[in-house]
Design a protein. Structure first.
Length: 80
């Protein structure tokens, strides 16, 4: 099964080898037909502590590394 890859902004880098990434998605509401924005926060493994708050990063699913970490940072994201 392929691993999911998501892109989001780092909102916290307080943990050791961990960053919290906020991933935002947009969709049309089925009843009101308005565009709605929703976000999820993922704890991701950052091996070298190289990413700081505000960085746009790409994360990928991985085997569980701790109680909350099931994602790992694979690099910087694009500004598209």
């Amino acid at each position: 099964m392929p691993k999911r890859i998501l892109q989001g902004a780092v909102v916290s880098d307080k943990g050791q080898q961990t960053v919290v990434v906020s991933v935002e998605r947009m969709f049309t509401h089925p009843l009101f037909k308005k565009v709605v924005r929703r976000s999820n926060r993922f704890h991701a493994h950052d091996e070298k502590n190289e990413f700081k708050v505000g960085d746009l990063v790409r994360i990928q699913e991985c085997a569980p590394k701790s109680k909350l970490k099931r994602w790992e940072v694979i690099g910087l994201g694009s500004k598209e």
